[in-house]
Design a protein around this ligand. Structure first.
Ligand code: NAD
Ligand code: TYD
Length: 334
């Protein structure tokens, strides 16, 4: 098996490459990644070099994509602008990568006649006060990020219907785990707690997310890649739904930091109150989430404690400027 993984130097993509190479001794992976602020070549360090090729390129670059696809039997698309707050601040990059980039990949897979798995998000369904989203729920995105992902998904479905492309969509709930950029709630809270920096909670903090440990998600993607049916959507939700305030309080307890660090700030515009995803269709393929939120959170806090060399360059780089712009306060210097 040889697969092309786009966005493989980011959080979920790099965890997936690690997972695929370790659980399939004969697998080969080609990664395409533009190495934006969110992508890091060293996220792929320590993996077998004879089975991994890295290409620094943009998914909008047709020639680079076509060239990298040679000899591959499938493409898994993780490449995206992925942070809701950045999409509120400057949406254009989201349209370029998440919509046009997805289109370029679809064309390349069509030309090569290979399977494409689009990695998407529960955010395309919008917010749900009660009950759970299924694959039949209609799309109702709230942010420029989720609208760009929904647009990409619609192109994927259309390419299947129109051209018979063997394309599938996997929609996941909020992931967390190792190597997640600290702009996202869980690593932001862990690092701020370790530094004694205030922890910004939007609005009343009662929004609910359906947390999924990244290693569980990587197993689900492998399952869908190998056994999912073309033209189908597969939802992958986490085992626990937790309010943001509780997430933050649990991290403060795990790090031994003071609850006074909690700082309620202005709400995110268009903030979705609750996500909840049913995974029955993916479970019918034989997958099941194995890591509870308590266990996954402990493991994640431990990883950030032990991997200062990973996050120090992030906290001292572009992220400092983003943080100041977004929250109006500076992060403590390391
Ligand atoms: P991430 O921001 O950590 O990684 C994105 C990667 O894509 C980075 O390595 C970046 O350099 C690369 N990239 C961005 N634009 C590119 C371009 N034009 N060409 C090539 N590479 C480019 O994101 P993530 O959290 O790992 O998310 C991966 C995918 O999973 C995304 O499609 C996202 O929408 C989806 N998803 C994420 C979550 C989550 O909780 N993080 C949940 C559900 C779905
Ligand atoms: P985030 O990690 O950005 O993921 P998403 O927006 O894709 O769900 O946010 C998770 C939740 O945490 C969301 O309800 C917004 C909230 N949040 C805060 O309260 N403060 C913050 O500083 C951030 C980044 C997020």
């Amino acid at each position: 098996m040889k697969v092309l993984v786009t966005g493989g130097a980011g959080f979920i993509g790099s965890n997936f490459v690690r997972h695929l190479l370790s659980s399939n001794g004969d697998a080969e992976v080609v990664v395409i990644d533009r190495l934006t602020y969110a992508g890091r070549r060293d996220n792929l360090d320590g993996l077998p070099e004879d089975r991994l090729e890295f290409v620094e390129a943009d998914i909008c670059d047709r020639a680079a994509v076509a060239n990298s696809l040679k000899g591959c039997s499938a493409l898994i698309n993780f490449a995206a602008e992925s942070h809701v707050d950045r999409s509120v601040d400057s949406p254009e990059d989201f349209i370029r990568t998440d919509v046009t980039g997805t289109f370029v990949l679809l064309e390349a897979c069509r030309d090569a006649g290979i399977r494409m798995v689009q990695i998407s998000t529960d955010e395309v369904y919008g917010s749900i006060d009660e009950g759970t989203f299924t694959e039949q729920s209609h799309l109702d995105p709230s942010s420029p990020y989720s609208a760009s992902k929904a647009s990409g998904d619609l192109l994927v479905s259309a390419f299947h219907k129109t051209y018979g492309l063997e394309a599938l969509i996997v929609r996941a709930s909020n992931n967390y785990g190792t190597r997640q950029h600290p702009e996202k709630l869980i690593p932001l809270t862990i690092l701020n707690a370790l530094h004694g920096d205030p922890i910004p909670i939007y609005g009343d903090g009662k929004q609910v997310r359906n947390w999924l440990f990244v290693e569980d998600f990587c197993r689900a993607i492998e399952t869908v890649l190998k056994t999912g049916l073309a033209g189908e959507v597969y939802n992958v939700g986490g085992p626990d739904e937790v309010e943001n305030i509780e997430v933050v309080e649990r991290i403060l307890d795990l790090t031994g930091a003071d609850r006074d660090l909690i700082s309620f700030v202005a709400d995110r515009p268009g903030h979705d109150v609750r996500y909840s995803l049913s995974s029955g269709k993916t479970e019918a393929l034989g997958w099941k989430a194995e890591v509870s939120f308590s266990e996954g959170l402990e493991r994640t806090v431990e990883w950030y404690r032990e991997n200062r060399a990973w996050w120090e360059p992030v906290r001292s780089g572009e992220y400092r400027e983003w943080y100041l712009k977004q929250y109006g306060v500076s992060l403590t210097e390391d």
